[in-house]
Design a protein around this ligand. Structure first.
Ligand code: S3P
Length: 169
């Protein structure tokens, strides 16, 4: 079976849904950020700091190309992976893509608690977070929306849409 890629904004639940989905389908899970961190023996924050965002995007693309060859795997991508280097095309050709779409309010609530390890938002205050996410989401949504399946996250801790995915893959 070709890989299943989960795409969507930071805080959309890719890692959580990846764990649930891979367990339900009996597939292995690869979290792309964790894969990158173990390959380079550095955190995502350190890689951003050392290489800048564009250097990080280059290596993220190279790692994504590598995991595209994996079989029987759910791949939880990083929030920007879908939006650079024509990576949506790459993933759509390699397997199945699923966009976990969530409204800004839900993303803000989730990111308030998971900011520190995410260099793009770690310095933002609660007040800045909403506008920042809103603007970036508008820029990124056209990329995520190229996914073959779109599922909606309707509440902060509600991942019941995983049942829906399982019936559709
Ligand atoms: C990023 C999202 C992060 C990580 C990096 C950049 C982004 O992954 O890849 O901090 O550009 O949205 P998560 O979506 O898992 O937080």
């Amino acid at each position: 079976m070709h890989p299943i890629f989960l795409v969507g904004y930071m805080g959309s639940g890719k890692s959580t849904v990846g764990k649930m989905l891979s367990a339900r389908l009996g597939l292995q899970l690869v979290d792309l950020d964790t894969f990158i961190e173990s390959r380079f023996h550095k955190t995502i924050a350190q890689l951003f700091e050392e290489r800048g965002e564009s250097g990080f995007r280059d290596l993220e693309h190279a790692m994504l190309q590598e995991v595209c060859g994996f079989e029987d795997t759910v791949i939880a991508t990083g929030g920007g992976a879908a939006c650079f280097h024509d990576n949506m095309k790459l993933m759509n050709e390699a397997g199945m893509t699923i966009y976990l779409r969530a409204p800004v309010d839900i993303l803000v609530e989730r990111l308030k608690h998971g900011r520190s390890q995410r260099p793009l938002v770690s310095q933002k205050t609660d007040a800045e977070l909403h506008l920042f996410i809103d603007e970036m989401l508008q820029a990124r949504d056209p990329f995520y929306s190229q996914a073959q399946m779109i599922v909606d996250s309707k509440a902060v801790l509600d991942f019941s849409f995983v049942d829906d995915i399982v019936t559709r893959v």
